[in-house]
Design a protein. Structure first.
Lengths: 287, 315
């Protein structure tokens, strides 16, 4: 797509483009509704088809977007769909990320076929992470969806009720989105998809290094090489460097390694993954 | 000139050489080197480059087997010197085949803080190599140029002193295993009002914000600002991990230096912490090591109230 995706911590869920992907933990419902309406309003301006999907009845969901102008007309015209989570996911059954992605990809293609610029999804999906056993799979799903969004006109705002979730999973979820709500549980870094690589943005230190390791496991599958671009790493202490030198099953190649990261690795006598070579056959991040 | 010392020590032998003038420096060091060369003992000489040139000139070609390290470059932060000796020993020392070294970490013109850390370094050498196979380290002190108290301190940190061609045992030597740390004197209070911040685990980014702002105000370049941010983060992380989850940061300017200090109520048990290159397999021990490599000077004190780590960056 050529342009830089929006990334970082935001106070309001506005200004996200066609490829925007934000994780929005919230502490009260009014805040959640404001974020949702901000996000969908931008979609109207960008001429993306809108979907709001969440737990609860369609009637309840309709109330969440009560502040969206002319929502009845939008629904009538097919510009806005309101879906109960139960209609999209099978309750009690583990979601298959590939299958899930195929559904969103088909909806995105349909939106394009219907002359929209793409698809924009607000998703209130706390219920999908109510079981700790499914956390890592869900984080992997977020990373997989993000990879698709980096190169396709699908934007999403993922709303999670921080009151109902432990801080650790909230931190993990925020860490695999390019944008996250600036709040207490949000990770201090983000690992997300660029055109042909993963981007690491923000700060990684001792306290966030375990989250970084889990994010890497979610976003860099062991069955292929992943290029990790470090040009937006604002700060990394030695725990960040150690995580890079020992990235688990991920097959990493590095791009734009900051001099300080190299220096810390040298001082600690540890080897970083090799830098990307020109002509490396980088995995094409398209589905 | 003959030394009244055994030609082969049985353990680590640590001597101070008090010299007056260039000739005494050469007379004290060159025969020491020649003895080693004759016995096929590897020698590492870490002194000012000018002095290294004098030694090489005097040896007139015999110096091929010697290694030289620029001491002002290596030992600006004296905590980096013991690791250099360890590295030399790892490559050259074995039981029954001793080595020799000459190290001059103290020279006229060093600041009071640097001299305090040199003194600490000299004392810690005795601890670091207490169980080492035999080797012999000679530490020249410019007895004309250095203040009297520095020489007094050298007598406390070296079991042997060589002066005027004679070697004597030092009466005032403080054995690091038998005696308590003689250099526990508290660090001087900040010369200017510091900015202070009490921190817990969630405040590490704030620490970086505060330090970065002071670094910018002080005109520290990006490279060294980054170094200081890593060092401050590492030290503060230690407080959170090992000192009841919290600590207190102070940042201030003093003359041409920016200082960052972290205090906590922990107890750093190992006085040699940060003076050994961590092996990749180590679970811990990297934070202070990195601070030592990244900062111009690091001062560590364990007091009854807790630990103090003070990081210095020249501006």
């Amino acid at each position: 797509m050529g342009e830089v995706r929006e990334h970082g911590l935001l106070d309001r869920a506005s200004g996200l483009g066609l490829h925007g992907h934000a994780c929005w933990p919230y502490d009260d419902d009014a805040e959640m509704r404001q974020a949702l309406v901000d996000f969908l309003t931008d979609g109207l301006r960008l001429k993306q088809r809108l979907i709001y999907v969440g737990s609860g009845s369609v009637e309840e969901l309709r109330e969440d977007i009560g502040a969206l102008p002319q929502r009845h007309a939008l629904v009538e015209m097919g510009m806005l769909q309101i879906l109960s989570l139960d209609d999209v996911y099978s309750p009690g059954e583990p979601t298959d990320p590939e299958e899930q992605l195929a559904t969103y990809a088909a909806a995105t293609e349909q939106a394009l076929a219907d002359r929209y610029t793409g698809l924009r999804v607000g998703a209130k999906v706390t219920a999908l992470v109510d079981d700790p056993a499914g956390w890592s799979a869900h984080t992997r799903w977020e990373a997989l969806a993000d990879e698709y969004m980096a190169t396709h006109p699908l934007a999403a705002l993922c709303l999670y009720d921080a009151r109902a979730l432990p801080g650790e999973i909230v931190s993990d979820l925020t860490s695999v989105h390019p944008v996250a709500h600036r709040c207490g549980s949000s990770a201090p870094f983000r690992l997300y998809s660029g055109d042909d690589c993963l981007e690491l943005e923000g700060e990684v230190d001792y306290f966030s290094a375990p989250t970084f390791r889990r994010a890497l496991a979610a976003a860099a599958p062991p069955d292929r090489d992943t290029v990790l671009d470090l040009s937006r790493l604002r700060f990394g202490d030695h725990h960040a460097v150690m995580a890079l030198t020992d990235p688990g099953p991920a097959r990493l190649r590095l791009r734009n390694v900051p001099g300080r990261v190299v220096r810390i690795a040298q001082l600690l006598d540890v080897a970083l993954p090799s830098e990307e070579r020109k002509g490396d056959d980088v995995h094409d991040h398209t589905v | 000139m003959f030394m009244t010392t055994p030609s082969r020590p049985k353990t680590f032998r640590h001597e101070a050489l008090f010299y007056r003038g260039d000739d005494e420096f050469i007379a004290g060091t060159v025969p020491f080197i020649r003895h080693a060369v004759t016995a096929n003992e590897p020698v590492l000489v870490s002194v000012h480059p000018d002095k290294a040139e004098r030694i090489k000139a005097e040896l007139n070609g015999e110096s091929d087997a010697l290694q030289f390290i620029d001491m002002p470059a290596l030992g600006h932060n004296p905590a980096r010197i013991i690791p250099a000796w360890r590295e030399f020993l790892a490559e050259n020392l074995a039981v029954g085949s001793p080595v020799r070294g000459i190290g001059e970490p103290v020279w006229p013109g060093r600041s009071g803080e640097e001299l305090a850390e040199c003194r600490r370094h000299e004392w810690l050498l005795n601890l670091a190599f207490a169980d080492s196979p035999a080797w012999w380290l000679l530490c020249p002190y410019d007895a004309e140029g250095l203040p009297e108290e520095v020489l007094t301190d050298a007598c406390a940190t070296h079991p042997h002193v060589v002066e005027g061609g004679l070697t004597r045992s030092s009466d005032s030597y403080c054995d690091p295993i038998r005696d308590t740390d003689p250099f526990r004197d508290p660090l001087p209070p900040p010369a200017t009002d510091p900015e202070q911040l009490t921190f817990t685990r969630d405040d590490l980014p704030d620490i970086r914000r505060v330090v970065a702002r002071h670094a910018e105000d002080a005109g520290l370049d990006d490279e060294r600002t980054g170094d200081l941010l890593v060092a401050a983060t590492e030290v503060a992380t230690n407080s959170v991990r090992y000192a009841h989850g919290k600590g207190r940061l102070s940042v201030w300017r003093e003359d041409a230096r920016l200082l960052c200090e972290v205090r906590d109520d922990g107890v750093l048990a190992d006085p040699l912490a940060g003076r050994e290159r961590p092996a990749p397999s180590w679970a811990r021990g990297r934070g202070i090591w990195l601070a030592n490599q990244l900062c111009d000077l690091v001062q560590i004190r364990t007091t009854p109230e807790g630990n103090v780590v003070r990081l210095h960056m020249s501006v």
